[in-house]
Write a protein that binds this ligand. Structure first.
Ligand code: PEP
Ligand code: MG
Length: 556
């Protein structure tokens, strides 16, 4: 090649640098380790060149068709998804017919904008508002809106319903903006890890990844141009690192760590069938927390003592509030049937706070965690509460169903709940409808309830440490900046737990813990020492929890 001529081939240095190990810091959204090859998802339609405008009528039609196409995709995904995911998708589908969300785009079309520009700009404004919000719930909503924006844009500018290309074995799926519905399109039996360049470790995407055990990193510093298909990579969602083109020693090191993790997981499963008994012989009952009955598939009821917490607000995805009595009754009965004679504890609707339910929980409260939520909301909406109590009383005729009420502060609130239950039982009896009185317990989630526990004549007590800890420590459970304060082992929290346990012992009534602390091996010894003898935990943690109990020494 003559002097001065420039080569179109990359230099050897550039080529080598592509294969040199690079380590990027990333946020952990779902823990785990994965080694595989990069599989980038096609970019969203957001950056595609947008067409010139046709007539407003044509553009309106184009947007309507794209919105319908997006709703059809989402419905198909929802039909194949588990309940929690279907719930999330139902929220998105509802958004597509919400005039507040899509109205501004149609207005811009009338003003002469092309459909794609109008829709993208209108959504971008709403996304920016959500991203700038102080409330974590609104910030998480930004993820859903991005998902909707991109799905509709793909229909408008091309790509349409195209499914992601076949996922190679051991893929590490990378997306610039990995949205929940795109996540649900992936076959995670083939892929082993995920990376999103944008997102929040507390958003819906993270919840979906965690419930499926998919390690997920949020890596804002990764350059999408360098995440080439087939490039070897490691998702270290234990240390928060994305390693590209790992060297041979790094690869070997991670292979060993991944194999060790897998061995530990298999060993933990061995504890499933063993009795939950401490080193010093104290028996502990272990119940399950159920948000989504699909997660009970593959769980053997013989490995637990029943269901200790059914979060009824999550049982009916896509509903605003709870469905009619008959549907509720059937779902509660199905849980009793799964448990085969073991107790099933259903918590009455716990809407409001961090679980907004459209049309039911109040909107716009300055501090919803301290607002009209839990039992307070049920008492304010007796027409909803009574239907749930009737459905529960009818189901209780078919097995050991227990009912508990969330976020109780005063004994008067609990007494009013008991009165409503008694009234509904009488009405059922008068109508000749088969029903039975379920045991009625309280969730201890407020410091007031824990301190005044002697005033509560409940059939059982279940300590919701997630809420209790946030109120004792004055640190919001969704405020990342104060997460270190959320310590269930803080002496102030343990003092309250001991108090409730003493009350339970004195009356011979059960005290359980159903918050996250119950499934944390590091917290279990302290809970047992405080007097807790029943834990309720997510199904996926059952083996680990039984192991932690078996290794604990209480030393009474
Ligand atoms: C709790 O607060 O500990 C609890 C189990 O309820 P939730 O997490 O649903 O508020
Ligand atoms: Mg709670």
């Amino acid at each position: 090649m003559g002097a001065g001529a420039t080569s179109v081939l990359p230099s050897v240095d550039v080529l080598m640098s592509r294969y040199r190990e690079r380590v990027l810091d990333a946020e952990i959204a779902s823990p785990g380790l994965a080694r595989g090859v990069i599989h980038p998802l096609a970019a969203s339609g957001r950056h595609a060149p947008l067409r010139k405008a046709g007539t407003p009528a044509k553009e309106r039609q184009a947007l309507e068709a794209a919105v319908t196409g997006a709703a059809t995709d989402l419905s198909a995904l929802a039909a194949a998804a588990d309940k929690r995911a279907a719930d999330l998708l139902a929220g998105q589908i509802a958004g597509l017919s919400d005039p507040a969300l899509i109205g501004p785009a149609f207005e811009a079309i009338e003003g002469g904008e092309p459909a794609a520009t109008a829709f993208r700009d209108a959504m971008d404004l709403q996304i920016a508002d959500c991203q700038a919000a102080e409330e974590a719930r609104l910030r998480a909503r930004a993820e859903d809106l991005i998902d909707l924006r991109d799905r509709v844009l793909r229909h408008l500018v091309g790509g349409g319903t195209a499914k992601p290309k076949a996922i190679p074995e051991n893929a590490i799926v990378v997306a610039e903006e990995f949205t929940p519905s795109r996540f649900l399109e992936i076959d995670w039996r083939r892929a082993c890890g995920a990376v999103s360049l944008v997102g929040s470790p507390t958003g819906h995407l993270a919840l979906l990844a965690r419930s499926r055990g998919v390690p997920l990193l949020i890596a804002p510093d990764a350059d999408p141009a360098k995440l080439n298909p087939g490039l070897e990579a490691i998702v270290d969602a234990e240390a928060g690192r994305l390693i590209l083109a790992p060297s041979a020693p790094t690869g070997r090191d991670y292979d060993a760590r991944i194999a060790k993790r897998e061995r530990e997981r298999t060993q933990t499963q061995r504890w499933l069938g063993k009795p939950a008994r401490t080193v010093d012989g104290i028996a502990v009952r272990v119940y399950l927390n159920v948000d989504d009955p699909a997660l009970l598939e593959g769980v053997d009821p013989a490995h637990c003592d029943g269901i200790g917490l059914v979060r009824s607000e999550f049982l009916f995805p896509g509903e605003s509030g709870l469905p009619d009595e008959e549907r509720q009754y059937r779902v509660y009965r199905a849980l009793l049937a799964w448990a085969g004679g073991l107790p099933v504890t259903v918590r009455t609707l716990d809407a409001g706070g961090d679980k907004p339910l459209a049309g039911l929980a109040p909107e716009g409260e300055a501090n919803p965690l301290l607002g009209l939520r839990g039992l307070r909301l049920s008492l304010a909406r007796p027409e909803v509460f009574r239907v749930q109590l009737r459905a529960l009383a009818r189901a209780a005729a078919h097995g050991p169903l227990k009912v508990m009420v969330p976020l109780v502060t005063l004994s008067e609130e609990f007494n009013r709940a008991r009165t409503l239950l008694t009234e509904e039982l009488s009405a059922l009896e008068e109508g000749g409808i088969v029903a039975a009185r379920p045991e009625l317990g309280i969730m201890v989630e407020t410091p007031a309830a824990a301190l005044n526990i002697a005033e509560f004549d409940a059939d059982f007590y279940s300590i919701g440490t997630n809420d209790l800890v946030q109120f004792v420590m004055a640190a919001g459970r969704d405020c990342a900046g104060v997460a270190e304060l959320l310590d269930p082992q803080n002496p102030a929290v343990l003092e309250l737990i001991m108090r409730v346990c003493a009350r339970g012992r004195a009356l011979g009534r059960e005290v359980s813990v159903c918050g996250e602390a119950a499934s944390r091996p590091d917290c279990i010894p302290a809970l047992l020492k405080a007097g807790v003898r029943a834990l309720s935990v997510p199904p996926a943690t059952l083996g680990e929890v039984k192991k932690a109990i078996a290794l604990a020494e209480i030393g009474t």
